[in-house]
Design a protein around this ligand. Sequence first.
Ligand code: ZN
Length: 332
Amino acid sequence: MPLRDVAGHRHLRELLARAVERESLPPSVIFTGPEGVGKRLTAMALAQLLNCPTPVVVEGFGRDACGVCASCRRIARGVHSDVILIEPGETGAIKVDRIRDAVDKAAYRPFEGRRRVVIIDDADAVLVEAQNALLKTLEEPPSASSFVLVTSTPDLLLPTVRSRCQHIRFVRLDAADIAAVLVNAHDYDETSAHAAASAADGSIGAALAGDSEDVAAARDAAASLLQGVASSTDPRRRLESAKLLVGASDRHELARRLRALASLLRDCGVLLSGADERCLANADLKPLLGGLVRAFDGDRTVRAFSVVDQALEALERNGSPKIVADWVAFQI
Ligand SMILES: [Zn+2]
């Protein structure tokens, strides 16, 4: 997938494309940022651009790999002789022989492309001895080689490795970007895509890992709870709503529903603040949210959000799901 098609991170992708065009891309870079937001995909797209023999100029984006030539396709499939992808083996670690092998190969001219690109995914899994083997090459990479280290925990790398690389920071994705990827690339329908995206905390990886049906059900339960408590101060009605929350009285299920609740409350805050509606995580539920904000003014929304936050914390500390759910229903 070429750079222009990667979801989110537009500014960063344009920056990389411009740096390649001006031949100013630093030879050793670290892609950091949350799990599952497209760091590795961007590294592969960068390798395509660095090697594509027939780049294209895309209006509104700039120069990019064509994405369809033999070189681009081989890189996408992981079989290009000049693009070396290293990732943790079965032991969960990247051992020194893999790194030495890549360092040796990087010393030679590219075989079929313009640049050798070594991508180390989960670079924090590189054992210390192997990190030391990388140091010299990161500092003075061979002229036709680039190194891209990908990690969500750069602090686990040796400071000497970190300081030899330019850091490129990825951020969480918008729910709208995630939903679009789920629909276009993973065959989700609109409703489950929005439900999964809203609970994914900015990560496509997390959206795909969560069962979309469970997530959609959790969001329905959270929405019903909010509707139930929005207009009623009757304690019995509130207890009924608590039952909706606790559902199977399963800890994980309750946590999922609480996260859905937090996401809906965050959206109420977006509507109340008059911010751009594209910021809504649950854009497909806009009519429902519009009804909720009539009962949830700014103060109540902030208070409810903090209640949900405390409830999630209590669950993590092993609080009883039933007590936590009852407490939430009475507090918000
Ligand atoms: Zn190409």
